[in-house]
Design a protein around this ligand. Structure first.
Ligand code: PEP
Ligand code: MG
Length: 674
């Protein structure tokens, strides 16, 4: 065993547990206890491991004094990695007062430095039994009226009143307060002899129980909304404030919450609220949609965040990378302070580039488009100066709606998107649902491997009614203009033929009924299933364009679940196997004269975009925040030089050269900002 931590070149954290990965145990252990790393002898590690375990285990669990060093090592590692967290006594985290660095999911861009405010949604009820039921029912009615009036005011607040997905989310939340079923259950509970607040709490515990069972993130978000609403109603009943008042908030408040409904964030004074950290909540959670609309840097999926900090602790939230530094040392704080300043300068620089065409130094034009899916994203076209929308994820509308959106509602959204894009192209992707993107209003089938299951175009072809209604909405929305549509998860050319035929049937139908048709319909496909790599010529003869989905292509090429960081981070997308596949796609598309774009996350990292430009990609679709950095890099790139430096590496024996390092070296030599 290596015990010299100085031999470890880098230090990374596992996203889900904050675990340092791939390191000698001594280092893992030293870090887990918050100590500075230092050479540690094996016995010392074992002794400290035993001590740590004693501190972490409940009093009821006796630790064998004869435990051997091997077992101690294994246990220490498990404690350090969080795998033994279920045994840990609450509050016994030894690292709680030390500086701590964890990695979560970036939810809303930006960097914030400030002090912790714990979000305390829970309300403690002291008075449970009612002596006067009719009076309690009256109190309940009055509280509901106040709750609704509060929410009306909140939704109309000028910060959020403009249209956009956050507005839809808040509207949906407000509608919950009118939900008859919910009201009925609370009234029923009060009628059994509970006080109004106890009645609300009883219904809320039922909601929480369902929340714990729900594995679907969309459904969980909805249940969070209800949970949040119940807390709000209880506070109205008990005359408590929803959030600390302006005077109680520190100037730079970073709110740390287990979870949050969308309205709770709006309770905080916006002048003082700087950032948000959540234990739960993914990118499509309602609170993150609202946080993005308000421009509040947010990081989610930080396990036990509320247990790791105390009110007033200094904290840094990096919403662009997902890093959170708790009680950071001075040098980290200073470095982040610098980054904030630099970011502001860079943003100004990127804004200045907005109108400049994206052409490399040697004259290669590269179209930079954005990925979108919600109406809130549309403003980014103008803000970034993007060349269009390279991927519009239509399923997001379905995921935030309480019921299946009708053809008319779909059409309205698509028209809004096309209007916002003006003359710039928009590529709509048909529904990519199924698998883990389960819609609560569609029947859910248990699947062992949802990513490989009945999803996307497979579901679309088997349930053509859904796909046809979507295609009809798209064709009608694009009447008189160009429609670009592509299908997700196509695995065979036959699937593409069938999907394309379905578009033609709808076109014929609309023509027969005298509707205004699109001026031109371009039909393409996502390339995200590796089987297509072996049917490229046949596929390219049929499609009007290709768009490579590198997120799924990577996951399937390496058989590594993209959502599971234990496996997804161990394969490098900039390694020869992936780059060879990507080059083959670009070369074949060019041979067939068919445009090819790449719309996965790879394009959103400057180093990924550099590799793609060198491989021959001339259209990339990015997260809006990546357009500035990627464009700044491409404007300084000489593609020919890049090809000469990098392409030969693709032919070299695997393992003999790191293409990522080569790309970094090339960028440094050429002065490209990665
Ligand atoms: C992809 O797979 O790369 C892609 C862009 O699609 P999504 O991330 O929506 O699966
Ligand atoms: Mg995909």
């Amino acid at each position: 065993m290596v015990t010299d931590p100085d031999r470890v070149p880098s230090y990374t954290h596992d996203r889900s547990t904050g675990t340092p990965s791939g390191q000698p145990l001594a280092v893992v252990f030293a870090r887990s206890t918050g100590q500075e790393h230092r050479p540690v002898r094996l016995q010392q590690v074992v002794a400290e491991a035993l001590q740590l375990m004693r501190a972490s285990l409940p009093a009821s669990v006796a630790l064998e004094s004869s435990i051997d060093s091997g077992t101690a090592m294994v246990l220490a590692e498990m404690i350090a990695s969080g795998e033994l967290s279920s045994l840990a006594r609450p509050g016994a985290e030894p690292a709680a007062r030390h500086t701590m660095h964890v990695q979560g999911t970036p939810l809303s861009d930006g960097i914030a430095l400030g002090h912790v405010v714990l979000h305390e949604p829970r309300v403690v009820i002291t008075n449970v039994i009612a002596d006067d039921v009719p009076r309690e029912l009256k109190r309940l009615d009055a509280a509901i009226a106040t709750l609704r009036a509060d929410l009306d005011r909140m939704v109309e607040h000028r910060d959020v009143a403009d249209g956009g997905e956050h507005r839809d989310v808040l509207e949906a939340y407000r509608m919950f307060s009118y939900d008859q079923g919910w009201m009925h259950k609370i009234t029923e509970a009060v009628t059994t002899g509970l006080t109004a607040e106890a009645g609300v709490e009883r219904v809320q515990s039922d909601t929480r129980a369902r929340m714990l069972r729900a594995s679907d993130p969309y459904l969980r978000d909805r249940l969070h909304d209800l949970d949040d609403l119940a807390n709000r109603l209880m506070r109205v009943l008990m005359g408590q404030d929803h959030a600390p008042g302006r005077e109680q908030l520190p100037d730079n408040a970073i709110v740390v919450a287990r979870s949050m409904g969308p309205a709770a964030l709006l309770d905080y004074d916006r002048k003082k609220l700087r950032g948000l950290i959540l234990e739960e909540g993914g990118p499509t959670s309602h609170v993150s949609i609202v946080a993005r609309a308000l421009g509040i840097p947010t990081v989610g999926e930080i396990e036990n965040a509320t247990g790791l900090v105390e009110p007033g602790d200094a904290v840094i939230v990096d919403g662009s990378t997902g890093h959170v530094h708790m009680r950071p040392p001075q040098d980290i704080e200073a470095a982040y302070g610098e980054r904030v300043k630099l970011r502001a300068r860079r943003q100004a620089q990127y804004r200045a580039l907005r109108e400049r065409p994206c052409v490399t130094k040697d004259g290669e034009q590269i179209a930079l488009m954005i990925n979108a899916g919600l109406t809130i994203d549309l403003a980014h076209i103008a803000e970034t100066g993007a060349a269009g929308i390279g991927l519009f994820r239509t399923e997001l509308q379905f995921m935030v709606a309480p019921t299946l959106p009708r053809t008319g509602e779909q059409m309205t959204l698509y028209r809004t998107v096309l209007d916002a894009a003006g003359k710039k192209p928009v590529t709509f992707r048909t529904l990519d649902i199924g698998g883990d993107k389960v819609l609560p209003y569609l029947r859910n089938f248990e699947e062992e491997n949802p990513a490989l299951g009945w999803r996307a175009i497979r579901l679309g072809l088997d349930r053509p009614g859904l796909l046809r209604s979507q295609v009809r909405a798209l064709l009608r929305a694009a009447g008189g203009r160009e429609l670009r549509v592509m299908f997700p998860m196509i695995a065979t050319v036959e699937e593409f033929d069938k999907a394309k035929a379905l578009v033609e049937v709808e076109l014929t139908h609309l023509r027969r009924h005298g509707h205004l048709l699109p001026e031109r319909v371009q039909i393409g496909t996502m390339l995200e299933v590796p089987s297509l790599l072996f049917q490229l010529d046949d596929l390219l003869e049929r499609v009007d364009f290709l768009s490579v989905g590198s997120n799924d292509l990577m996951q399937f090429l390496y058989a590594a679940d993209r959502g599971n960081v234990r496996v997804s981070a161990r394969f490098d997308p900039l390694s020869a196997p992936v780059l060879r596949a990507l080059k083959e796609i670009a070369d074949k598309a060019s041979k067939h004269g068919k445009p090819v774009a790449l719309c996965g996350e790879l394009a959103s990292q400057p180093i990924g975009a550099l590799a793609l430009a060198i491989l021959g990609y001339r259209a990339l679709s990015l997260s809006p925040s990546a357009v500035g950095p990627v464009k700044a890099m491409l404007l300084e790139l000489d593609c020919k030089k890049g090809e000469a430096a990098i392409l030969p590496c693709l032919e070299q024996p695997i393992g003999s050269v790191s293409i990522r390092h080569k790309l970094e070296g090339f960028a440094a030599a050429e002065g490209l900002q990665l």
